[in-house]
Write a protein that binds this ligand. Structure first.
Ligand SMILES: NC(=O)c1ccc[n+]([C@@H]2O[C@H](COP(=O)([O-])OP(=O)(O)OC[C@H]3O[C@@H](n4cnc5c(N)ncnc54)[C@H](O)[C@@H]3O)[C@@H](O)[C@H]2O)c1
Length: 276
């Protein structure tokens, strides 16, 4: 689908970082943008910060709560009458540690936002897209969704799941509603507020935020890009209908390393199976 004036986009996690930059880039192209976020104050500030003559509105939403995502869709339709783009982008991180040391509530929180947030977005918005025959659902995963990042196991698991959901959704849509598209963004390091993700944690449990350097996968600081550059690259990739979007330079190395290992082990197990 082309990016065209008059369309309406919903961006979750839109009050900060990557979500805000995606919203601003879309809005500067004449798209009505709804920034949805769990942080009401940050949303109000974001709406002010978005320097544009095109329509911007905000909605408080907790993506981990299906009722909240349902209410978001209803609000957007009541306000703007249509929805063309949905960016399931809200996400959180945990402090780096061996995965067996994360508590039950650590796991439930990160799964709730990063995985259930995307599931809720798909379940709520895709049926309307299928009915109208058009629409594009864009999920934010991470390089951690295609590579191994030690001591980040819970986050990796959610992001691998988001990549898998999007890959599967693409095939299902191609067979049932070819006018509806989906893409997955796999950012490397982007300076944002993700290191302070615990600010949004319910129940007052605030674990130590990770060191900013801990959020870096195994790629170097030379590959860091700004959220604005990421957004510009994402929009270009969407216009040529890419399924996988790798906005940071150097993204190939960690993916190649994983694929090489898989290829090697596949080849070996194939030989072993043939000999058995
Ligand atoms: N920054 C990076 O280096 C990086 C790298 C790879 C992937 N990502 C992914 O990019 C996405 C955006 O993160 P960011 O870096 O812009 O971080 P950020 O913290 O700046 O923005 C995330 C936004 O999500 C919101 N949010 C948190 N919990 C929510 C909930 N339950 N419901 C609704 N909104 C909620 C926060 O309030 C915040 O505004 C995330 O999915 C993250 O995993 C970021």
């Amino acid at each position: 689908m082309r990016i065209e004036q008059g369309q309406v986009a919903v961006v979750t996690g839109g009050a900060s970082g990557i979500g805000f930059a995606l919203g601003a880039a879309l809005n500067s192209r004449g798209i009505t943008v709804v920034l949805a976020d769990i942080e009401a104050q940050a949303l109000a500030a974001a709406e002010k910060r978005m320097e544009s003559t095109n329509t911007v509105s905000t909605a408080v939403c907790d993506v981990s709560d299906p009722d909240s995502v349902k209410a978001l869709r209803q609000t957007v339709l009541e306000r703007h009458g249509r929805i063309d783009w949905v960016f399931n982008n809200a996400g959180v991180v945990l402090p780096f540690k061996p995965m067996w040391e994360h508590t039950q509530t650590d796991w439930e929180w990160i799964m709730g936002v990063n995985l259930w947030g995307v599931i809720n977005g798909i379940r709520e918005f895709v049926p309307g897209f299928v009915q109208q025959g058009t629409g594009h659902i864009v999920n934010t995963a991470s390089m951690a969704g295609v590579a191994v990042v030690p001591f980040n196991g819970a986050y990796n698991a959610t992001k691998h799941a988001v990549v898998s959901l999007t890959e599967t959704l693409a095939v299902e849509l191609a067979q049932t509603a070819p006018g509806v598209r989906t893409s997955v963004i796999c950012p490397g390091l982007v300076p944002t507020q993700i290191g302070q993700a615990a600010r949004n944690r319910p129940g007052g449990e605030q674990p130590e935020p990770p060191e900013p350097s801990n959020v870096v996968d195994d790629h170097s600081h030379a590959n860091v890009i700004t959220a604005e550059l990421l957004a510009a690259r994402v929009l270009k990739a969407l216009e040529v209908d890419r399924l996988y979007i790798f906005p940071n330079p150097g993204s190939d190395a960690p993916v190649e390393a994983r694929l090489d290992r898989l290829r090697q082990e596949l080849a070996t197990s194939g030989l072993e199976a043939a000999r058995a």
